[in-house]
Design a protein around this ligand. Structure first.
Ligand SMILES: Cc1cc2nc3c(=O)[nH]c(=O)nc-3n(C[C@H](O)[C@H](O)[C@H](O)COP(=O)(O)OP(=O)(O)OC[C@H]3O[C@@H](n4cnc5c(N)ncnc54)[C@H](O)[C@@H]3O)c2cc1C
Length: 568
């Protein structure tokens, strides 16, 4: 019997039966036509039936299988074809493109679902004893190819699914700390905390399917990080089970105990062991939460306003601005107005645009911004007033809470867009970076130039758009989305776009990734961002702590597959 763990559809994002629908968004097809020169076709694919016959029989050695069953139980170990395909990839667009076409790549021979730390330890011991590779699996949502397997790996591969290591085990209300299982998925954790009046506040766009252990292992950041922090701030302690023993780190507010082991495990992508349990800081549910929308005339003034909000240290839960292209995209995904209320709002919006044009605004350049405030009603009102004032000083129009509420409601729908686009032969994916405030505009310009050059090389129209989110005292994250119609060689075309954008980050003062991790996707740039000596230290760490290369090898440094290979 298969353990009761929720997984995404084997061929794409999210749940079966949920889709991106453009037919109820009248501006979307014309927008895509203008942006990519493509005529959209109504979606035909409801699901892709899984055919086990397309998967080669597992060649798991009998001794390994027996040892895994002995380490856990017979119903926690499977060589089922569907299970192996689900666990053989993450959610990067290239992986989904291949998998959805039945090109599965290297698959794990076996999937195991341990329930306890002792079982994890026994699985790791068995794997090392039998010289197998172990790849911890959370929700499979990473887009850095952190789960992709080396096609040349000859040893058996065990996917260790953390799904049964789940639960809210303890809540220390005095400290605001919760002890949770590493395999717990976002909605289950948030629901368990909300029931008791608390929240983690960590809301990556992949929240619905990713796990706490996966967040820690990839150094994730959620859209509300301005208030709640990145996962590196949120995780205060943890248990990491390794083949040679278990590391237990107590939850403390801060400590001075040499180089931080906690920091070392955060972002380790399965290379240093399995994070089975975490202590995370939690917050009481806010009395009030409101999201206010603003429209700025153009990008530079919007960035200046956000920088001022940060400079004046006005507490916000999130601040986000979309550049002109992303604002155009957002407006194109508005649903048709079917109710009287919506029709009145739509007429109001048209009037607003006319007013902006009268003011001399170029409506292709205007930038929508959302700012979220949480706290007591008084606090929210005071902070909102302060942000309104800054926004107006920078020439913005305050649009109010209507569009903000809409943003809050549809934030988890957008991931379904990628599958829809793939069906239309369009590849869409993202690259994100973080940089000091002084570098952000330069990076924005450089990425647009790099993408444009790449599209020219491909000889076709492509799209790029950007938003700024996750503000810090010294800078912020820039998040770019790119899309283009694929030709004969999707891997090479994707690699051209992706390498051009990543290189523009690194050359212009940004980092490789603000929150998606490294995996195999970003590994080729590691020397450029942490220096050759930094990579050498990492290599010594992995070699010393995992001499047999049994733990998810080829991730973070020394990738088994390089994006640049596709360009050759
Ligand atoms: C549509 C979409 C939106 C996204 N939005 C965001 C976002 O807003 N913010 C963000 O940070 N990321 C985002 N991501 C990326 C992704 O969701 C994160 O990287 C997430 O943290 C991965 O968690 P997971 O549980 O799915 O891990 P997986 O994808 O299963 O695994 C990722 C890596 O972590 C390792 N790992 C997983 N669990 C453990 C464990 N318990 N112990 C040790 N190693 C482990 C795996 O071996 C692998 O190397 C998005 C992805 C998609 C597809």
């Amino acid at each position: 019997m298969k353990p009761d763990v929720k997984h995404m559809k084997w061929w794409g994002w999210g749940e079966e039966g949920v889709f991106f629908n453009y037919l109820n968004k009248p501006a979307f097809a014309p927008f895509v036509k203008k942006a990519l020169n493509i005529d959209l076709r109504p979606r035909k694919i409801d699901t892709i039936a899984f055919d086990p016959a397309t998967v080669a029989e597992s060649e798991v050695p009998g001794a390994l299988l027996e040892a895994l069953v002995a380490a856990t139980d017979a119903d926690q170990v499977t060589t089922d074809a569907h299970e192996r395909v689900v666990h053989g990839h993450g959610s990067s667009v290239t992986e989904l493109l291949h998998v959805s076409r039945g090109d599965y790549g290297r698959l794990p021979e076996v999937v195991v679902y341990p329930r306890t730390d002792a079982e994890v330890a026994a699985v790791l011991a068995a794997a090392v004893e039998q010289d197998a590779v172990v790849v911890p699996y959370g929700g499979g949502t990473n887009i850095a190819r952190s789960l992709q397997l080396d096609p040349a790996e000859r040893r058996p591969i065990v996917s260790l699914d953390t799904g049964l290591l789940a639960g809210l085990y303890e809540l220390d209300e005095e400290a605001g700390l919760a002890r949770v299982g590493g395999g717990m998925q976002g909605p289950a954790l948030e629901e368990a905390l909300n029931d008791r009046g608390w929240t983690l506040g960590h809301m990556p766009d992949s929240f619905t399917h990713s796990t706490v252990g996966g967040w820690a292992a990839t150094r994730s950041s959620g859209m509300q990080s301005d208030k709640y922090g990145d996962i590196a701030d949120i995780v205060r302690g943890m248990t990491v089970v390794r083949p040679s023993g278990t590391v237990s780190l107590k939850p403390v507010p801060s400590e001075s105990t040499g180089p931080s082991l906690r920091e070392m495990f955060i972002g380790s992508e399965g290379r240093l062991g399995v994070i089975t349990e975490l202590w995370v800081q939690v917050h009481r549910l806010p009395a009030e939460r409101t999201v206010v929308a603003y429209m700025y005339p153009e990008w530079k003034t919007a960035v200046a306003a956000i920088r001022q909000i940060s400079d004046e240290e006005i507490p916000t839960t999130f601040v986000r601005i979309s550049d002109g292209n992303e604002t155009g995209f957002s407006l194109a995904t508005q649903k048709a107005a079917t109710t009287v209320k919506k029709k009145v709002e739509a007429a109001g919006q048209k009037g607003l645009w006319a007013l902006m044009r009268k003011r001399g605004w170029d409506t292709d350049q205007m930038c929508i911004s959302y700012v979220c405030f949480e706290g007591s009603a008084e606090d929210v009102a005071r902070r909102r007033k302060a942000v309104d004032k800054i926004a107006k000083t920078h020439g913005a129009l305050v649009l109010g809470t209507g569009p903000g509420a809409l943003y809050d409601q549809k934030k988890f729908d957008t991931p379904y867009l990628r599958d829809f686009l793939l069906e239309q032969d369009v590849m869409g994916d993202v690259s994100e970076t973080a940089a000091p405030w002084s570098k952000l505009n330069g990076i924005h310009r450089a990425v647009y130039a790099a993408a444009e050059k790449a599209y020219q090389q491909l000889g076709r129209k492509g799209w790029v758009m950007c938003h700024l989110s996750h503000s810090y005292h010294v800078g912020a994250c820039l998040y770019f989305t790119f899309a283009f119609k694929v030709g004969d060689n999707p891997d090479a075309e994707y690699a051209l776009l992706k390498t051009s954008i990543q290189q523009a980050f690194v050359d212009n003062g940004g980092t490789l990734s603000h929150h998606h991790g490294v995996g195999m996707e970003h590994a080729p740039w590691m020397e450029q961002v942490v220096s050759a000596e930094g990579v050498a230290i990492m290599r010594s760490l992995f070699d010393a702590t995992d001499p047999g290369r049994n733990l998810n090898p080829g991730k973070i440094i020394d990738p088994a597959i390089s994006l640049f290979d596709a360009l050759d």
